[in-house]
Design a protein. Structure first.
Length: 220
């Protein structure tokens, strides 16, 4: 596949067309409530969706818990507004063990090798759960992020699919079709907390440094 030429949103729509009236089981890795809002509106009409909250990268513990709780709130609001029941699986949180592989890359810039490894670790954990529990499809909400290349995320998914042949990877680009703006509108309607950094202590340090030099620009 040539990443430059692929329209992952078109691939997603083409895959959905094959289902007919059937709704396959899909495991969705989610990093937080706000990033889940638009992907859920895209996926739930076509899939039986379960969210897997695998995010031991998040620091500190209070931030992990806040994002987890906001995701629970988002799913409650989503059911009330859209009528879809979305199950939630929360694996154990272990930041120190998770970061062992990432510490040697602490000096990497944001979106560099450390971040790519972090994306893959979380997707790998989630994908393994999907295959072990009989899900037909797996995907991640992370293609909606401005800070993350959809091509990179989908290439990770393609790589992991080869290791988990019982579960198909669902290609996506949730930034398409004004996904970011639609997600923002839903987040604001639901009154969700919107974090200002990706998750780990290195991204927090980077965000604090950025805010210190850009005091008028504190969005994420």
């Amino acid at each position: 596949m040539d990443n430059i030429k692929i329209n992952y949103n078109d691939l997603a729509l083409q895959e959905i067309e094959r289902f007919g009236e059937r709704k396959p089981k899909l495991l969705l890795h989610a990093c937080c409530g706000p990033c889940s809002c638009y992907p859920l509106t895209f996926l739930c009409p076509h899939f039986d969706v379960t969210i897997y909250y695998a995010n031991s990268n998040i620091y500190p513990t209070q931030e992990y818990e806040r994002r987890r709780d906001e995701l629970v709130l988002a799913l409650k609001k989503f059911k009330e507004t859209y009528g879809f029941e979305v199950a939630l699986v929360i694996p154990p949180y272990d930041h120190e063990a998770y970061m062992e592989d990432l510490r040697p890359l602490k000096d990497e810039p944001e979106r560099g090798a450390r971040c790519l490894l972090c994306y893959e670790k979380r997707m790998e954990e989630s994908y393994a759960y999907a295959e072990a529990h009989g899900f037909e499809y797996f995907t991640t909400v992370m293609t909606i992020s401005r800070q993350k290349s959809s091509a990179v995320m989908n290439e990770i998914g393609k790589k992991l699919e080869a290791k988990h042949p019982k579960t198909k990877y669902f290609y996506s680009d949730f930034k398409k079709q004004n996904g970011i703006l639609k997600g923002k509108a839903i987040r604001e309607e639901f009154g969700l907390y919107n974090q200002t950094y990706c998750g780990c202590e290195y991204s927090l340090e980077s965000r604090l440094a950025y805010d210190a030099s850009h005091p008028k620009n504190k969005g994420f």
